[in-house]
Design a protein around this ligand. Structure first.
Ligand code: AMP
Ligand code: MG
Length: 292
């Protein structure tokens, strides 16, 4: 086990057993790690990520999918921006999932995410994902009605069935060479309030404030219950959840970077080897170029 792996293991869940949000502190900073140390380590981590991604792309065997979930202002956008700042945009794609369109609602609930999955050699990033289908849709049952499912198929078991279907999709992807990492940015209600106020008080941040954010705050407890059940129902070996303490942005960025590095290091990424026939051919081309 590498150094990164040991550190992130504390935040990783490959099963729902023993996963209780109330036991986890959003303000945790990993055994008193200092902000300065974490930022220096993050800078190094970003360089490492850049090298690993280059190999992932060249090797063209594995795909990597990073899923980000969290309440509003949990820091999803900022984490993606910071952690991925060193990677080549050509090998990476980010998709943000908003309120579904009419076309998306006409398909099964996994469809819009499936069509945006990363190809081999790439890192795909989902800013929100099909997990919204067991979160916001669960907290607001009228959203489920808009999906026009045949009534016989909508019962009390629907959330459990959705967990099963997501797990089945993720297992399928894992078996086909997609490495999946899912991050729940765990922010406290108090920190969200602080960040909303910051958005309101800072002209450059005001655009980010949506009135919808405020209407969701009274549903905080319902969201936490939905999040916990979702995490417990979909934490698997194929696609672990990382519950990332997110009240301190610097710490959340560090945890996510280390988790991605540890996962990429496990893949044994290497530049493809050139065989002897090809090597001979390349030498011949070189000689020709030199002779020009
Ligand atoms: P933001 O991430 O702040 O741009 O907001 C996107 C909004 O889209 C959030 O309020 C989400 O709850 C909402 N959203 C994302 N996916 C779904 C979904 N499947 N059904 C309903 N609302 C969704
Ligand atoms: Mg928002």
């Amino acid at each position: 086990m590498g150094r990164s792996n040991e550190f992130v293991a504390r935040y990783r869940f490959t099963t729902g057993e023993g996963l209780h949000l109330a036991d986890m502190d959003p303000a945790d900073t990993g055994r008193l790690m200092s902000k300065q140390k974490a930022q220096a380590a993050l800078a190094k981590g970003i360089e490492k990520l850049s090298t690993l991604q280059e190999r992932l792309y060249a090797q063209d065997r594995w795909a990597v999918l990073l899923v980000f979930q969290g309440m509003d202002a949990a820091g999803k956008d900022g984490t993606i921006k910071h952690v991925m700042s060193g990677v080549n945009p050509q090998g990476c794609e980010v998709h943000s999932f908003k309120v579904p369109s009419t076309e998306e609602l006409d398909h099964d609930f996994l469809w819009r995410c499936v069509v945006r999955l990363p190809e081999r050699g790439r890192i795909g990033i989902f800013n929100r994902s099909c997990y919204e289908e067991v979160l916001v849709v669960r907290v607001h049952p009228e959203l489920l009605e808009r999906q026009r499912l045949p009534s016989g198929l909508v019962g009390r078991r629907i959330w459990k069935e959705r967990f099963e279907d997501i797990n089945a999709l993720e297992r399928h992807l894992a078996r086909n060479g997609t490495r999946i990492l899912k991050f729940f940015l765990h922010v406290s209600r108090g920190e969200q309030r602080k960040r909303f106020l910051e958005r309101l008080d800072t002209p450059e941040k005001r655009w980010k404030f949506s009135s919808a954010d405020i209407t969701e705050r009274p549903h905080w407890d319902a969201y936490m219950t939905a999040y916990e059940e979702m995490l417990r129902g979909t934490a698997t070996r194929n696609a672990p959840w990382y519950v990332v303490p997110a009240d301190h942005k610097w710490f959340a960025h560090y945890v996510v970077a280390e988790a991605v590095i540890a996962a990429l290091e496990e893949l044994d990424l290497a530049f493809p080897k050139v065989d002897r026939v090809r090597e001979k051919e390349l030498r011949r081309v070189r000689t020709e170029l030199m002779a020009e």
